[in-house]
Design a protein around this ligand. Structure first.
Ligand code: ZN
Ligand code: ZN
Ligand code: ZN
Length: 369
C-alpha cells in the first residue's frame, strides 16, 4: 500500500484531471519520496500515473543513493547508453494532462514535449503539489520547530554579542553565522544575509566587504535546512537586527513601529483568515507611522522543504489560512541611503491560534560597540 503522501497526491491529481505527474530536481521529489536528485545533466524523474504504479527513473550510478520504498515506487536505473527521456515517455503513456515539477530543467521538458502526444496539456507540478506541501503534518511541523529553535540559538548568540561584529566585514559575519547554523544542527546553510547601515535598505543585500562600524544597525537574515529521517530537509528562516551602540531616536522609533506591525500580523494569522488580511495587518501600523512607501515587499512566504513556497502572505492572495500552513511574517522598513530593518518569525496556523516557532528576543538589542 502506498504511503499517505502518495495517496494525497493521487487524490489531488484525480480531482484536477491530471493523468501523470513528473518530478525531477527540486523540492517536490524529496517531499514525496525522501530522495533528493542531484542537479545533474543526467535525468532523474519520478513518473506518477494517476492510476498505476510510480517509477523512479534514475541514473544507474545514483541508484545506490535511493532509499527504496517498494510500496511507493519502483526503480528504473538507466545506463549511460540508454535514452532516459524515452524511458520516461514510455512510462508516461499518452496522458491528456501531464504535470511536471516546476524546477525541471527546460531541456528535458522540451524533449518530453516532442515525445508525448501532441495534444498533451502541460501544467506546473506545483498545481498538484503546492497546496499539499503548504499544509504541514505533525512530523513536518516538528522539523520546522527544531529548525526554528536552532536558528533562535544563533540569533541569541548574535544578540548576546557572542558573534563579533565591530570591525569585521559583512561577509565574515555571514560565514560565522553559517558555521553556527550547522553547529546547532542544520544539515546545510541556505543563506545568511548580513547588511550593515545603509546596505540594509536593500532587503536581499549580498554580504560583502563592507566593514561594520560603531553606531550602525546590522540586519541579519539567515536560515538552513534541518535534516529529517524521511530524507527531506525542512528550512529555518529568521531575521533580527542589532544596534552597535544606542540607536538614534528616529531609528528606535521606526523599530517600535516595525515590532508592532510584526506582532499585529502574527496575531492576525488565525485559521480562516485570508493570507492578504495578514499582509494588511502588518501594513496598518507602518502606514500610520508614515512609512507605507518604505515597506516594499510582501509580508511573508510559506516555508517547508523550500525556503519560499505556498502560501504567500501578499495582497491579492485570498487563500484562507488552514491548520498546518507554515509561513514567515517579516515586515520591513527601508530608508535608502541610511538604514533598513526587518523582523521575521516563522508561524504555523493551528486550530488553537497562531503558533510562532521563533522565540528569540524581538527587541532591537544593543550590542557593545
Ligand atoms: Zn527574503
Ligand atoms: Zn529571512
Ligand atoms: Zn523569509
Amino acid at each position: 500500500m502506498a504511503s499517505e503522501r502518495f495517496d494525497r497526491v493521487r487524490r489531488a491529481m484525480a480531482a484536477d484531471g491530471v493523468d501523470v505527474l513528473l518530478l525531477s530536481v527540486g523540492p517536490d521529489l524529496p517531499w514525496l519520496t525522501g530522495y533528493e536528485a542531484m542537479p545533474l545533466e543526467r535525468l532523474t524523474m519520478l513518473v506518477v500515473p494517476c492510476d498505476g504504479d510510480a517509477t523512479l527513473v534514475v541514473p544507474r550510478l545514483e541508484a545506490p543513493r535511493v532509499a527504496e520504498r517498494p510500496d511507493d515506487f519502483g526503480l528504473r536505473p538507466w545506463g549511460e547508453t540508454e535514452d532516459p527521456v524515452a524511458i520516461v515517455a514510455d512510462l508516461a503513456g499518452a496522458p491528456a494532462v501531464a504535470a511536471i515539477g516546476d524546477h525541471t530543467w527546460s531541456r528535458f521538458l522540451v524533449d518530453l514535449q516532442t515525445r508525448l502526444p501532441e495534444g498533451t496539456t502541460w501544467r506546473p507540478g506545483s498545481a498538484v503539489t503546492g497546496p499539499l506541501r503548504a499544509r504541514k503534518d505533525a512530523d513536518e511541523v516538528a522539523a520546522l520547530r527544531a529548525a526554528a529553535e536552532a536558528a533562535d540559538r544563533v540569533a541569541a548568540q548574535l544578540q548576546a554579542g557572542d558573534i563579533p561584529l565591530l570591525g569585521r566585514t559583512e561577509a565574515e559575519v555571514s560565514a560565522d553565522i553559517g558555521h553556527r547554523l550547522v553547529a546547532e544542527g542544520h544539515a546545510r546553510v541556505n543563506f545568511a544575509i548580513v547588511a550593515a547601515g545603509a546596505n540594509a535598505a536593500s532587503p536581499h543585500h549580498e554580504p560583502g566587504p563592507t566593514v561594520i562600524e560603531s553606531g550602525q544597525l546590522v540586519l541579519c537574515d539567515f536560515g538552513g535546512s534541518w535534516p529529517t529521517p524521511s530524507g527531506a530537509g525542512y528550512c529555518s528562516d529568521i531575521t533580527r537586527c542589532v544596534s552597535l551602540g544606542e540607536p538614534p531616536p528616529a531609528v528606535a522609533e521606526a523599530y517600535a513601529v516595525l515590532q508592532a506591525a510584526q506582532a499585529a500580523a502574527v496575531s492576525a494569522a488565525t485559521v480562516g483568515t485570508p493570507c492578504e488580511a495578514v499582509d494588511a495587518a502588518a501594513r496598518v501600523p507602518i502606514v500610520e507611522a508614515g512609512f507605507g512607501d518604505r515597506f516594499i515587499h510582501r509580508t511573508g512566504h510559506g516555508i517547508g522543504v523550500e525556503e519560499h513556497e505556498d502560501p504567500y502572505i501578499v495582497e491579492g492572495n485570498g487563500t484562507a489560512l488552514a491548520a498546518g500552513h507554515a509561513f514567515s511574517v517579516e515586515p520591513g522598513i527601508y530608508t535608502t541611503g541610511s538604514w533598513g530593518m526587518r523582523l521575521e518569525d516563522i508561524v504555523v496556523a493551528t486550530d488553537s491560534g497562531p503558533d510562532p516557532l521563533n522565540r528569540a528576543d524581538h527587541d532591537l538589542v544593543v550590542v557593545d560597540a
